[in-house]
Design a protein around this ligand. Sequence first.
Ligand code: SAH
Length: 255
Amino acid sequence: MVRPKKHLGQHFLKDGNIARKITTCLDEKYTTVCEIGPGTGILTQLLLERNNLQQLTLIEIDTESVNYLHHHFADERLLILEADFLQCEPEKLFPGNFALIGNFPYNISSQIFFKVLENRNRISEVVAMIQKEVAERLTASPGSKTYGILSVLLQAWFHIDYCFTVNETVFFPPPKVKSAVIRLQRNSTNSLACDETLFFKVVKTAFGQRRKTLRNALKPFLKNRSANHSLLGKRAEQLSVSDFTELTRYISKIQ
Ligand code: SAH
């Protein structure tokens, strides 16, 4: 047993059927898989059943869990790292592309997704259990109240599916919120048709003041120019990924 620690977001899944339902969401074809926060290894065990698997790297911050994992799993394809996922350098850990899976620590799930974005050209697929509200935000479409920064940024490079909802009762200890499993699959976009660094800034700034029209929210980019793009009359939550791309192109032009 590992004593659950609240500050590490430890809620251990205790239902084997749900665990299998989660690992089944990840395509069997991946040979290199990284699991974030394996805890006591309920997902790990199922991933190791895969015939295609050549390397499974576990990244777990909790020493007690790491000791438990060393004790219970022996497999030459397995690498157990005691580390903070947010600090690790995927380009050093994985020679090529890889898939990511995990019941994420909910307190850092947004930061994990920003890290996924930084590494978007080496991550082929992500299967994640996260807080249900976050799952709804990431899968939201333009026009929805929950559509936000990460919805736009992730949807620019990933196709995202809401797989299923998970009840708090299947965890020990039960979290206060409902959970959901989502899957992100890298789309065919190699690069956006705009300056990508500026795209990130525009999206973040636009949603920083989501109630304002973009003409007001994006003032820092528009300077004193009499900017007159029709999208500036809208609010951030109304714009699709391609609208944001177009707006970024426009802003580049008037800089
Ligand atoms: N996968 C397990 C545990 C999920 S709880 C299960 O389903 O039962 C989340 C796990 O993430 C915990 O084991 C916690 O120790 C680990 N964790 C928390 N912060 C982390 C971080 N920054 N990097 C890596 N692992 C982390």
